[in-house]
Design a protein around this ligand. Sequence first.
Ligand code: SF4
Length: 448
Amino acid sequence: MMIETLERSISQGIPAPAAQPLNLRDAALEPIRSKVERGERLTIEDGRVLFATRDIHSVLAMADGVRRRLHGDVAYYNINRHLNYSNVCALSCKFCDFYAKVGESKAYTRDVEYIRGEAIKAVESGATEMHIVGGLHPQLPFSYYTDMLRSIRTVAPGLHLKAFTAVEIVHLAKIAKVYKGASGSDDSAITARREAIRYVLSELKDAGLGSLPGGGAEVFDDRVHDQAFKGKIRSDVWLTVHDVAHELGLNSNATMLYGHIESRDDRLVHLDMLRRAQDHSLTRLGYTPSADGSVTLTKPGTELPLQVASKRPKDAAPAGYFQTLIPLPFFPDGSELEKLAGPSGLENYRTLAVARLMLDNFPHIKAFWIMQTLPLAQVMLQSGADDLDGTVVWYDITHVGGASTHQEVNVPVLHKAIREAGFKPVERDTLYRRVEREGKKWWIAGSR
Ligand code: SF4
């Protein structure tokens, strides 16, 4: 009988206990706990305390409390397919073991026929999203990218196309020859840059682009950037791409690549820059900012952006926003930074929890299982994360510990992982709307 009960508990999920009163073992955390309970913005100094304390359990528990306030006992996943259309890249980032140069034996570029076939396979597998990214190909014309989206649209009109990092968007502006005069920091260059990015994003949106992924942000620090990611766009340009996307009504995500040559302070500055950008986007969406310009979502009873967006008048100006942060641990294997150790398991938990606590205006934090591994991602659901991402096929960009590039879990495995962590699995689409389905047929909850 006891075994039966245990089996039932495991298969149905053991409800994780609600946030308990915390017995802090480090008095320095006390003022932070008070702010977190009131939903107040933490300072960078608060972030330093969260990184420095030996009482890591309290840090994870506070992040868990915020996560439960925002999402209760729900944990999200999605059914998606990744497409890396080409690994040919004009850059050679030190941390990257994905890129190839034109003519190298491992170089590949998918043609439109291949991509259309992948879209058909995605639909046949019940996917709601296609996540499309690739290298900065020096020779493909801009029409390759718009044709790619249009051809997917024709065979898979219901598939959400989340495509092209900010780095790719700027590259496309260059190959579309609209980036002239857009490099530099004077006013005319800044204006030219916004216009060039707006042109590219508008054309892509017209061709079927649904949202932007969060890649290419790395860490927003010019020193680190120039040492490890030289040639890639810096933070100001990355943030401009996402701001223009939001202005056009496209939602986007953000990443933070950590555990390489950056410091913990660099991570905190990165998170602060992201939340200030989100302040701006959420104000555009309709939130009223505080006197200092901040908009927080973690005050008890605050509506999430998805709810606010759904109530906007149909003729309101477009307004997108950041949906989720995806903390990405650095894997040194195979890269030019191979001598580095990469982050430890504990550092992964702590960084994700600090991100949840600092990013008070990001609705979601993702434990990207393909990089964190599913066992670590399960614990992250109890440390601030509310989303695992999804089933993934052919994720070439990074593979953990030399694993095969063919990485996939099926829905029952994700359900089991989420239930074991004590949460209710909820399938979402790219925009975090709940999905209902009968087999491969799916629809947005409440839409019929
Ligand atoms: S990280 Fe991106 S931009 Fe850098 S080399 Fe790799 S594919 Fe190219």
